[in-house]
Design a protein around this ligand. Sequence first.
Ligand code: ATP
Ligand code: MG
Length: 334
Amino acid sequence: MSQPTLISAQGLSVHYALRGGLIGPKPYVGAVENVDIEIAAGSFFGLVGESGSGKTTLGRAMLRAAPISRGDVHFDDGEVSYSLKDLGKQDLKDYRKRAQLIFQDPYAALSPRMTVRDIIAEPLEVMGLTSSRTETDERVREIAAKCRLNVEHLRRFPHAFSGGQRQRISIARALVSGPKFIVADESVAALDVSIQADVLNLLKAIQEDMGLTFLFISHDLSVVAHVCDHVAVMYLGRIVETAPTRTLFSTPRHPYTTALLSAIPSLDPDDRGKVQKLEGEIPSPTNPPPGCKFQTRCPHAIDLCRTQEPSLEHAGTEHRVACHRWQEVGGEAN
Ligand SMILES: Nc1ncnc2c1ncn2[C@@H]1O[C@H](COP(=O)(O)OP(=O)(O)OP(=O)(O)O)[C@@H](O)[C@H]1O
Ligand SMILES: [Mg+2]
């Protein structure tokens, strides 16, 4: 049976105003443009794309931590239903309990002067979720155990921990308020490969145990292939393709997705030297090209692509793609 949608965006745009522009329209960075996305309850949903494509901004907008310039985000966990654009102060406070961020850098995210116990307890205290120190301690111990930290660890300061352990502390802090939705932004990127696997396994175990829904932001497609059930590909603030992971990796339809996939180095020694590099750079979101945003780098671009922006259309069950020519050029993965 398919799961209900936990969180979705409709025509979501995030614009950051730039200085200048006394004459004519005010310049802005279109960090996220007209994004439609639906994340089912219990999903481990991957978000990929090059640096600057708007992944962090989209994740933050879904937490109401980036401004919503146009469109909206809807959240419904069966207990509450919110439209994030016009969330009142009280509801926003409640939403903070239900939707949390795990930071990218476990070294920068933890205050060096607080014990691990206090770091994990802080959200409970700030949100007023517990009524006594005993209750707070109990909750901290419970969540620490889920994150494979023991009671000894709680008395120490973060500098005494390895990168993987610090990331587990960050995870415990994000989970302590009992959220339903987690944005994990490059949560394993700073870690050693073997520790990455530990942290990923922990996230998956916690997801099942606590019934969480993840938006998992990563530039590493091989990690996404292993842990995510659905993936959306971003380019210059837009979603250009989205599908169940297996479909996206076996039958990518957008030339950008195909290019990203063929840039994954193979482990097969016979393939040595065959990694293809995506040519050129992502254009500036302040001054995006007309038409399809990928046309400046796309080997298949025709006149239509240079004038008209394609919208996301159905390319199969749960598979959507924004390309005028996907039926002609959709590539097979390597
Ligand atoms: N607060 C801000 N003010 C102005 N521009 C911003 C702000 N935050 C992000 N941007 C711009 O929005 C665009 C998208 O940035 P974002 O950080 O969301 O990309 P990303 O996909 O997460 O990149 P990375 O993979 O490097 O983390 C970039 O061009 C960035 O410079
Ligand atoms: Mg980012």
